[in-house]
Design a protein. Structure first.
Ligand code: NAD
Length: 286
């Protein structure tokens, strides 16, 4: 029997509708609109698409977005100066530097320059540390989206007694999602490119998160019957069609599966909006 799809697109829509209502109610009381500044350096084609989608989503819910396009030749100092300006700007509650940056720009220095209170991507070391320590901060949007999708699956609110396997150990997906699963009391295994016999691990997973970037890496034989599978990967198959890391055949084995497209992707944008609105709320209280 085919597993059930976890409809990330519908869930993301409901989060956006809720944010729209919250912002409309706040606007009626004269509250300022939350502001998101997006810095796009260079002309990477994929980044242009991602940024366009984020700006469009902001407009839909009532977040004021500013897109700052800078040429690929922008120096480290110029970019740092723009980030510092945005840190000081009271109308900006969220700052997003679209990655990857062109060669010659030090991503970690740029990310470190963002005010952690405006780091709505949740990539700053202060927010990464807060997640590690279980303290309030901004959670990175993609792993947060995974957890919100898991919330919709019966019996997944507590993961005590369950084994979660994360494939991928990046700072933006693999590691943070592992911490979030751990905070939900799962027993967590993190696999990566150096893990021998990946299937031996994935086959024991009650919850399997694939965040690698390899089309079809996770096949049906690697999945425990009845597992919940979250597919974070964004790839193109041999026909150029968008696909995840999880092969289509996994739907025959898993109880719940997030699709690509229409799964984690839309959730990432919804959680970015959520973080921006939350940042504006915290700034208003400060
Ligand atoms: P990354 O390249 O930083 O990390 C990939 C990870 O996969 C690494 O930790 C590596 O060790 C591991 N890996 C590589 N080959 C492996 C193998 N054969 N077996 C086991 N592990 C292996 O990538 P990332 O930034 O974490 O992104 C992962 C995927 O998720 C990409 O496809 C990316 O496009 C996608 N992504 C999607 C969203 C979204 O909004 N849906 C957001 C971020 C990333």
């Amino acid at each position: 029997m085919a597993g059930q799809l976890i409809d990330g697109a519908a869930l993301a829509r409901s989060i956006r509708e809720q944010l729209t209502q919250t912002l409309a109610a706040a606007a009626a009381t004269g509250a300022a609109r939350p502001g998101l500044a997006v810095l796009l350096v260079g002309d990477d084609a994929a980044s242009q698409v991602y940024v366009r989608n984020k700006v469009k989503a902001c407009a839909e819910v009532g977040v004021a977005s500013t897109l700052l396009r800078l040429p690929a030749q922008t120096s480290q100092d110029e970019l740092l100066a723009r980030v510092h300006e945005l840190n000081q700007d009271p109308t900006v509650h969220g700052i997003l530097v679209q990655l990857p940056l062109p060669p010659g720009l030090d991503e970690s220095r740029i990310m470190a320059a963002i005010d952690p209170a405006k780091d709505v991507d949740g990539f700053h070391a202060v927010n990464a540390g807060a997640l590690l320590l279980g303290q309030p901060g901004f959670w990175p949007c993609t792993p947060h989206g995974c957890m919100r999708m898991l919330d919709t699956v019966p019996g997944m609110q507590s993961l005590r007694g369950k084994h979660a396997v994360v494939v991928g150990r990046s700072h933006i997906v693999g590691k943070p999602v592992a911490l979030m699963l751990l905070a939900r009391d799962a027993t967590v295994t993190v696999c990566h490119s150096g893990t021998p016999d990946l299937a031996a691990h994935t086959r024991t997973a009650d919850v399997l998160v694939a965040a690698v970037g390899r089309a079809g890496l996770i096949t049906a034989g690697m999945v425990k019957p009845g597992a919940v599978v979250l597919d974070v990967g964004i790839n193109r198959d041999s026909q150029g069609k968008l696909c995840g890391d999880v092969a289509a055949s996994v739907a025959q084995v898993a109880a719940y599966l997030s699709p690509v497209p229409g799964g984690v992707g839309p959730m990432t944008i919804a959680l970015l909006l959520h973080n921006t609105v939350e940042s504006a709320r915290r700034h208003a209280l400060a």
